[in-house]
Structure formats: structure tokens, C-alpha cells
Design a protein around this ligand. Structure first.
Ligand SMILES: CC(C)(COP(=O)(O)OP(=O)(O)OC[C@H]1O[C@@H](n2cnc3c(N)ncnc32)[C@H](O)[C@@H]1O)[C@@H](O)C(=O)NCCC(=O)NCCS
Ligand SMILES: Nc1ncnc2c1ncn2[C@@H]1O[C@H](COP(=O)(O)OP(=O)(O)OP(=O)(O)O)[C@@H](O)[C@H]1O
Length: 198
């Protein structure tokens, strides 16, 4: 049993994922995998440095995430190039971890948190897709606050993704995270019982 969980940047995917994990779901996070595939010494990081120059590496050889983020969120060609390098290995690792967990724990719900699920056309990998939704103005407010971004930096990040309204329309199930955390937790509980999970 698996679901793909998605939403926009800062709509609350981690918040909802944590609630599902508390209930007993097994969570796989594509952002964590995205960090693993560019660990120092990895061939993928080498390719990223070839494309973007050695300036995107820290003195210790690790990825300078902030610097690369500034580049790719302001330049769509740069973003496409990065996606071309990172998405295939991210997808492969995600798929193998998901299949392994389903094989060893067939009764457990596997939740795969994939921020760019629809942008990457990955809906076919999952039995159902759950979207964590807030309207765009709340999304922008929470993003600016959490990451201490200016309005322009936040807009760049929002504009580099599919609009959250479009994701909600595509969703099999959606959770409204624009209220308080209790209201979100109630919707998660309802989802859990409707699926017949214990
Ligand atoms: C550019 C990077 C180094 C910036 O790192 P940083 O630590 O500042 O951000 P973080 O990884 O926490 O990402 C935060 C969010 O940004 C959004 N985001 C990240 N990459 C992209 C992208 N290529 N296109 C659109 N949105 C993106 C996602 O909503 C993600 O959850 C990093 O985001 C990255 O490696 N991106 C490429 C891999 C990727 O596509 N990851 C997201 C889905 S798997
Ligand atoms: N219901 C809520 N009420 C108020 N604040 C919230 C709520 N849900 C989440 N937040 C806050 O909004 C911000 C974004 O939430 P969260 O980190 O869960 O989003 P995300 O979708 O996982 O983000 P990302 O796309 O960057 O991984 C965080 O600062 C979080 O504390």
C-alpha cells in the first residue's frame, strides 16, 4: 500500500508527513534522497560542478545549496539542466526503497513525499496521490517566514513549480492545511480511518 504525497513549496508536506508517520506510516522523502545523491565524492555532484562551475562547492567539497538555489530558482534553463542531472538518480533510489519496504512490510502504508511529483509526471508510480494544499497567499507568507526570504525570492521559488490550485485539481485526495494544526490533524485521522488503517 502506498501513496505519493505532494503539494507546493511550504504548503505543509513535512507537517502532514509527520502526522502520518506518528500513525505508523513509513515515510520516504525525496528531498532527503536529493541530498544523498549529491554527497561529496558522488559522480552526480561531479556532473553538477561541471555544469555550474566549482563555485557551487563549499571548501570541504560539499554542495553549496544556497548558492545553487539562487541560480536555479532565477533561471529556468539552469533548473532544467539540474533536474536532468538529479531527477533520474533520485527516481531510481526512491523506487527501490519503496519496493523494498512494500516487500518487507506489506501491511504498512508507505508514504513517499515528492515535492515535484506532478512536474515530473510521477503519478503512475503510486496507488493514490495526496496533495497538501494551502492557498497561494498563505503559501508565500509561510515560505517567506520560514526561510527568511524576500517577496521576490519567494515568488521565484513559487513560479518554478506548478501552481498549487492545479495540483489540488489533479489530486486523488487533498488535505487543507490553511487552518490550524489540529484541523489538519483531524483530516489526517479521517484519511487514516477511511483507508481502513489501524
Ligand atoms: C537547488 C537546491 C540545492 C537548493 O537547496 P535548498 O536546501 O535551498 O532547498 P531544498 O532542497 O530544501 O528544497 C526546498 C524545496 O524547493 C523546491 N525545489 C527544489 N528543487 C526544485 C526544482 N528543481 N524545481 C522546482 N522546485 C524545486 C521543492 O519544493 C523543495 O521541497 C535543492 O533544492 C536541489 O538539489 N534541487 C534539485 C533536486 C530537486 O528537484 N529536489 C526537489 C524534488 S526531489
Ligand atoms: N497548519 C499550519 N499553521 C501554521 N503554520 C504551519 C501550518 N502547517 C505548516 N506550517 C508552517 O509552514 C511552514 C511550511 O511547512 P512545512 O515545512 O511542513 O512545508 P513543506 O511543504 O514540507 O515545505 P518544503 O516544500 O520546503 O519541503 C513551516 O514553517 C511550518 O511550521
Amino acid at each position: 500500500m502506498n501513496i505519493g504525497l505532494t503539494g507546493g513549496i511550504a504548503t505543509g508536506k513535512s507537517t502532514v508527513t509527520a502526522l502520518l508517520a506518528e500513525r505508523g506510516a513509513f515515510v520516504i522523502d525525496a528531498d532527503v534522497i536529493a541530498r544523498e545523491v549529491v554527497l561529496p565524492g558522488s559522480p552526480v555532484l561531479e556532473k553538477v560542478a561541471e555544469r555550474f562551475g566549482p563555485g557551487i562547492l563549499q571548501p570541504d567539497g560539499s554542495l553549496h545549496r544556497k548558492k545553487l538555489g539562487e541560480i536555479i530558482f532565477a533561471d529556468s534553463q539552469a533548473r532544467k539542466d539540474l533536474d536532468g542531472l538529479l531527477h533520474p538518480p533520485i527516481r531510481a533510489l526512491m523506487r527501490s526503497r519503496m519496493e523494498e519496504r512494500e516487500r518487507t512490510h506489506p501491511e504498512q502504508l508507505v508514504v513517499v513525499d515528492v515535492p515535484l511529483l506532478y512536474e515530473s509526471g510521477l503519478q503512475g508510480m503510486f496507488e493514490e496521490v495526496l496533495v497538501v494544499y494551502v492557498p497561494r497567499h498563505i503559501q508565500k507568507d509561510r515560505l517567506m517566514k520560514r526561510d527568511k526570504l524576500s517577496s521576490e525570492q519567494a515568488e521565484n521559488r513559487l513560479n518554478s513549480q506548478m501552481d498549487i490550485e492545479e495540483k489540488r485539481l489533479k489530486a486523488d485526495i487533498w488535505i487543507d492545511n490553511s487552518g490550524n494544526l489540529e484541523q489538519t490533524a483531524e483530516q489526517v485521522s479521517r484519511f487514516w480511518s477511511e483507508k481502513g488503517l489501524v
